[in-house]
Design a protein around this ligand. Structure first.
Ligand SMILES: Nc1nc2c(ncn2[C@@H]2O[C@H](COP(=O)(O)OP(=O)(O)OP(=O)(O)O)[C@@H](O)[C@H]2O)c(=O)[nH]1
Ligand SMILES: [Mg+2]
Length: 445
């Protein structure tokens, strides 16, 4: 049994964590107190992946932290979510006000040792720790600054364990000042995550908003609706560790399959079907329908063109689908025909299968794509960053917290290097000259 410790940082992280563990508890049939109320063996078989078993109940291996004490107070008083340890709920004195330096160096540095104590205690309660998952936003000062500080501590203390980061990118429609600091925060964090993380899974609220309106038909979606989509996706990633299946795939194996070089670990998520309200009950589907839905751009959870670059690798996890072999064959044929992948890796596409469907659905599939598509948000962040940094706009709060301009320059140049590495590996000319490929995709989706 391989265990994971989950760490939720900042307001966004803590809210995602609440949603995530509610969903996971339902999948394992735990009630709000963490008491098992189900009847199927498979629900308990691998439950220790995310929970510790005590005499009375199951307690999640989770840590929640925010500099803002209000977030943690709200969490502790949340009556629908009680199966976590209150000593793992860590708060500071006040919000960082969108300042990465406060989260990483000053206020954040004061509480990081409490977070380390908490994860060390959690690890003592594990038999065979596989790794960590950290959830946070990139725009807020705590999620980005403290989140990346925690990632560096995890890497320092447990270099051989896996570290996954589930991150929310800043929205495009922010006021100038917010946009500037959110971009500084993002670039400073990308720099840290390139070095310290094994997998960075990127979501953005703009796209989750569009999906909520178009696919889930919600008139006025909010962040809690976005969190539901993220939780569905993130729970799919660990589904083969938690439930029986074929070709099981843990977090380490996913990274081995996806990253030909350790630095190339920024992944685009997709999920199909997302409109689970219409894909429930006894509804059947054809494999063609599923494949067409999963290749459609509204199944991708980042607000950028999904097929602009060739893919390096893809990991798919299917849940609850019986025609698994057929799907794998169909998908392999489809991708070969459309020449979606770079040619220097032979088995670019990897598939895992969990017998148990997600909650309220008969089946679904989640995917992680490794390609230069992620350069689109990264380039956008570098552009905004450069414009502001050259004019030294909105830098003062960071310098006041003791940061040097050199750190900004280093972060930007590491990210620029990363972007060009990724571009080089996906050989831009090859794509442009393949008119068949690009026309087909831009027209179709
Ligand atoms: N998907 C999602 N996004 C959120 C949520 N809460 C905040 N955000 C986004 O996260 C960013 C702001 O980050 P927060 O998490 O509020 O900030 P923080 O990490 O608490 O940091 P500070 O408050 O600046 O100290 C914005 O882009 C928000 O839209 C949430 O529950 N879900
Ligand atoms: Mg906050």
């Amino acid at each position: 049994m391989a265990e994971l410790v989950s760490i939720f940082v900042g307001e966004c992280g803590v809210q995602m964590g609440t949603n995530y563990f509610k969903l996971i508890a339902q999948e394992h049939q735990l009630n709000e107190e963490g008491v098992y109320v189900g009847e199927q063996d498979y629900q308990l078989e691998n439950i220790k992946c995310l929970y510790e078993e005590t005499q009375e109940n199951y307690i999640s291996r989770s840590i929640f932290c925010d500099l803002d004490p209000k977030t943690i107070e709200t969490l502790k008083t949340n009556e629908t979510m009680t199966n976590f340890r209150t000593e793992n709920c860590i708060s500071g004195n006040k919000t960082s006000n969108g300042n990465w330096a406060t989260g990483h160096y000053t206020e954040g540095a004061e509480i990081v040792s409490n977070v380390q104590d908490s994860f060390r205690n959690e690890i003592e309660r594990c038999d065979n720790l596989l790794g960590f998952q950290i959830f946070s936003s990139l725009g807020g000062g705590t999620g980005s600054g403290l989140g990346s500080l925690i990632a560096s501590k995890v890497r320092e203390e447990y270099p051989d364990k896996m570290l996954y980061n589930y991150t929310i990118l800043p929205e495009s429609k922010n006021q100038e000042r917010n946009a500037a600091s959110m971009n500084y925060n993002s670039v400073l964090t990308y720099h840290q995550l390139i070095e310290n993380s094994d997998a960075v899974i990127m979501y953005n609220n703009d796209k989750l908003d569009l999906i909520s309106r178009e696919k889930l038909e919600l008139e006025t979606p909010n962040i809690f609706d976005y969190n539901t989509i993220i939780s569905k996706h993130a729970s799919g990633i660990t589904s083969t560790m938690r439930f029986p299946g074929k070709l099981n795939c843990d977090l380490r194996k996913i990274c081995v399959n996806l990253s030909p070089f350790p630095r190339l670990h920024f992944f685009e998520p997709s999920m199909s079907p997302i409109n689970w309200t219409t894909f429930t009950g006894d509804q059947t589907f054809t494999i063609e329908e599923l494949l067409s839905d999963l290749m459609h751009k509204t199944s991708f959870l980042l607000n950028f063109e999904p097929f602009k670059s060739k893919q390096i690798t893809t990991q798919s996890i299917f849940r609850g689908i019986n025609q698994f072999d057929q799907i794998e064959n169909h998908f392999s044929e489809l991708v070969k025909k459309k020449s979606m992948y770079i040619s220097w890796i032979k088995n670019n596409y990897n598939c895992a299968y969990s017998k148990i469907p997600p909650l309220d659905q008969n089946f679904n599939s989640v995917h992680l794509w490794n390609s230069a598509n992620v350069n689109q948000p990264l380039l956008q962040a570098v552009d905004v960053f450069s414009n502001n940094f050259e004019q030294k706009k909105f830098l003062t709060p960071y310098l006041d917290e003791g940061m040097y301009e050199m750190e900004f320059t280093e972060a930007k140049s590491n990210l620029v290097d990363f972007i060009s590495e990724l571009k080089q590996y996906t050989t831009a000319q090859e794509i442009e000259s393949n008119s068949d490929y690009s026309e087909e995709y831009s027209e179709e989706y």
